[in-house]
Structure formats: structure tokens, C-alpha cells
Design a protein around this ligand. Structure first.
Ligand code: CTP
Length: 420
């Protein structure tokens, strides 16, 4: 079995020396490479680090550049291949330990002016940040804002802890204990191994039900929740198929995306992939009705009022439940504008999926749809009371939901595969 790869980024905080014990612990479970920023290299000599830890330590973007060439019909073109950047592409995890306020800012604003910041933009792996700095810096509004931005994008923070700081102050800003960082990284890699053979099918976004060539009925769903779930499942190591209605979201690497427009097209796509799926999450806001007649030409206005006749669409979740295999875990969503818990329970009675995730939509305080944040209640037979997930970014929420599924359902129970 190939060993996982972890890229460790060290930035210029006095806590750099603590990375030694972290690398020693992680070397047992993964191949490690280190990138030091120039400030970190002032504090921990890269050559010495290499000798002590026996892992590659890089500092420069253009160190050992291998010139290659690409032969095409139009001739030979020179290529730059930077091997130590390639490690960022292959890594399962990028750990920034310790992370300074300066590096957090670079990460938040997408700078790529040195090897480590370039690698962070280049990688597809989750990025974890363990900050280390003086309390006043940690509490500075600029740092708080950068942290919030990074959290929204799904960057995971480890610490900092409260305690005595190198400058003599006491407060927040102390690097998370390397033992805890190593433990969390180990859990993450083990979880990735468990999810490796899991196929996840997710629906997301609204559907569009055409009335004529230029008009349609739709709803306010942005698809952000379903896409965040797809990204989180992919990051966990699962094979993900995302059936999405029309959304304006950037593509997700390594996720099979099937774009559909209508509820009927979504219904068909879901059935095509249902059989091979282990976890099915139906988060789409499917239009319950479509116009009964499709006008092949643009409908012309006249003075009389018009009545729109609507025909019910298939209920994808109900049909998925009818065709389910015993190993499949099926998760539905419930979007409610009022009496959330009561209505969600009623819906759950009609559509008895394994888990129902209820969220309030349509109010200013709980927009749900078309928002970057969400607050949900999970109904599950596994928990006597609905489990409340506080308002947070959809990216964080998606990770939380999948963690909860993993903890609650023991994947091995619904997926009997040797590797689990
Ligand atoms: N759903 C579906 N097919 C539909 C309608 C809904 O698969 N035609 C799924 C949604 O993806 C979600 C769950 O059913 O997982 C509940 O959807 P929701 O829109 O909250 O409720 P409805 O069942 O449509 O009921 P109502 O609109 O009356 O609240």
C-alpha cells in the first residue's frame, strides 16, 4: 500500500522548533516533505532540519528546477517542472505549523510570492493551520478577519492555545500541542482510508421547469450546501457523483458532476447512479411541479389574465427509498419556512430516510437558500433528539455533517468491504 503524503509548511514563528517532534510522529504514518519560508529558515536551519529529520526540506521556488520539453505538432516547447511543488499536488494533507499572522494573510488573500504560498494555491489537499503568535496579534481585527475568511473556505484551524508565550506575555497564541496535531492528522488519514471505497451520490441546487423557450419556474437554491458536501466527501477520500441543477459555482476537481436542468432529468440521473452508491444525500431543492404545457414558442402577452396549470414532478427521495439496497444510507433535506421541527418530523414520516437534515429558509435571519451559512437540525433514528448544528459556513457544516455520519453510522456497518 502506498504511504500517504503530508506537506508541512513552516513559517517564521519561534515555535518552529516544535515541528521536530511533530515530524517525528508523522513520519511513522506518512511521507513528509517540509517547505520553510525564508523567515522560518532564519530560525531553523533547513540543512540541520534535513539532517535531524531525514526528510526533504525546501525553501526556494526555483531550487533544482528540471528543464523539460514538450513535443507537439507545432514543435518543441520548453517546460518548467518543479518537483517540490509536485509534492503539493500529491499530498493528502497540507499542515502549516507554525502559522504566522503574515502567512495567514497571504493564504487568505491568495498570494503566491514564495514556495509555500505557491504550494498552498497549487494543492488540492485540505489545508490545516496551526497559528502561533502574540495574543495582541491574534486578537487584531485584521487577523480575525483573515481567520474568518479561511474558515469559510474550509481551512481547518488547530489551536492556538492559551498559555505563556515566547515574548513573556500570557494569553491566546501558543502553538497547539504537536502531539494533538499529530493525533488529528492520523485520525484524518485513517478516516480517508475508511472513505476510500465509499461511493457518494449527492443532489444539489434548484431545478428549472421550462414554460417556453425563455421562461422557467425555479427557486432560490444556490446549490452551495450540496456542493460543499460533495467537496467535503471528496476530501474525505470518497468517490463522489454530484447531480446538480443550474448553479453558478466553480467546478470541483475529482468530483463527477452531472448537470441537469429539470426535476425529471435529475430523477433519471439519480436512478442511473443509485445502485452503485453507498451514501445518498439529496440536498437539491427540487421543483415539486412543472408547467403542464410547454409552449414551443415564446408566449405572447395580451390583456387577459392567465392561469398556469402545473403537474406534479416525481419525488426523487421517495423513489430512491423505494429502490434502496440494504447497505445504502439515505439522507434527505427538509427546507421549511415555519415550524421547522414539526414540519420536518411530518416530512420524515412521509419520507422515512435514515437521516433528515432540516433547515429554515426564506427569512432574513435564516436565509438558508442562497447564503454562505446555514444552521441545521439532524433527525436520525440513532439520536433520540434532533442534533443541532449551529450557524456556520456551509463548508464547515458539510465537514461536520460527514464527520457526524461517520461517527454515528460506522461506515463498515453499511459498507462491508475488506478495506473498511
Ligand atoms: N425532494 C425530492 N424530489 C422532489 C421534492 C423533494 O427528492 N420532487 C427531496 C429534497 O431533495 C429533500 C426532501 O425531498 O431531500 C425534502 O424536500 P423539501 O423541498 O423540503 O420538501 P417537499 O418534500 O418538496 O415538501 P414541501 O415542499 O411540501 O415542504
Amino acid at each position: 500500500m502506498t504511504r500517504p503524503k503530508i506537506l508541512i509548511g513552516m513559517t517564521g514563528s519561534v515555535a518552529v522548533y516544535k515541528v521536530v517532534s511533530l515530524v517525528q510522529a508523522l513520519k511513522k504514518i506518512a511521507d513528509i516533505q517540509i517547505i520553510e519560508t525564508h523567515s522560518a529558515a532564519q530560525l531553523a536551519n533547513p540543512q540541520k532540519l534535513k539532517t535531524i529529520l531525514k526528510v526533504p526540506v525546501h525553501t526556494d521556488l526555483f531550487e533544482k528546477v528540471q528543464p523539460l520539453s514538450l513535443n507537439t505538432a507545432s514543435g518543441t516547447h520548453p517546460l518548467l517542472f518543479i518537483p517540490h511543488i509536485e509534492f503539493a499536488r500529491e499530498a493528502q494533507l497540507v499542515l502549516i505549523v507554525p502559522a504566522t499572522a503574515n502567512f495567514m494573510a497571504k493564504l487568505a488573500w491568495g498570494l503566491a510570492d514564495d514556495l509555500l504560498s505557491t504550494a498552498c494555491l497549487y494543492t488540492r489537499a485540505p489545508i490545516w493551520v496551526a497559528p502561533s503568535m502574540n495574543t495582541n496579534m491574534w486578537m487584531n481585527p485584521a487577523v480575525i478577519q483573515n481567520r474568518t475568511l479561511l474558515l469559510k473556505r474550509g481551512v481547518h484551524f488547530l489551536g492556538p492555545q492559551k498559555g505563556h508565550l515566547a515574548c513573556g506575555d500570557w494569553g491566546d497564541g501558543r502553538l497547539e500541542d504537536p502531539v494533538h496535531i499529530a493525533e488529528q492528522a492520523r485520525n484524518f488519514l485513517e478516516s480517508k482510508q475508511r472513505w476510500k471505497n465509499i461511493s457518494v451520490l449527492i443532489t444539489a441546487g434548484p431545478t428549472r421547469e421550462p414554460l417556453d423557450p425563455v421562461r422557467f419556474i425555479t427557486n432560490r437554491s444556490s446549490g452551495k450546501m450540496g456542493w460543499a458536501l460533495a467537496e467535503a466527501a471528496q476530501n474525505k477520500g470518497a468517490q463522489v457523483c454530484l447531480v446538480s441543477g443550474p448553479v453558478a459555482l466553480p467546478p470541483l476537481p475529482n468530483v463527477k458532476i452531472i448537470s441537469v436542468e429539470t426535476a425529471r432529468a435529475m430523477h433519471q440521473a439519480v436512478f442511473k447512479y443509485q445502485k452503485k452508491s453507498d451514501l445518498i444525500i439529496l440536498s437539491a431543492a427540487v421543483a415539486d411541479y412543472r408547467p403542464s404545457f410547454y409552449h414551443t414558442q415564446k408566449m405572447k402577452k395580451n390583456k387577459s389574465s392567465k392561469t398556469l396549470s402545473l403537474t406534479p414532478n416525481p419525488d426523487i427521495l421517495s423513489d430512491v427509498l423505494k429502490r434502496r439496497s440494504s447497505h445504502q444510507l439515505i439522507v434527505g433535506f427538509s427546507a421549511e419556512t415555519q415550524q421547522l421541527q414539526k414540519n420536518a418530523r411530518l416530512k420524515w414520516n412521509h419520507k422515512p430516510c435514515d437521516m433528515l437534515i432540516a433547515n429554515q429558509v426564506g427569512s432574513t435571519s435564516h436565509p438558508g437558500f442562497d447564503s454562505d451559512e446555514n444552521e441545521v437540525w439532524i433527525f436520525s433514528k440513532q439520536a433520540p433528539q434532533p442534533v443541532h448544528f449551529l450557524k456556520q459556513s456551509k463548508t464547515q457544516l458539510a465537514i461536520g455533517i460527514l464527520d457526524w455520519i461517520e461517527k454515528t453510522y460506522r461506515l463498515s456497518a453499511w459498507k462491508k468491504k475488506e478495506s473498511l
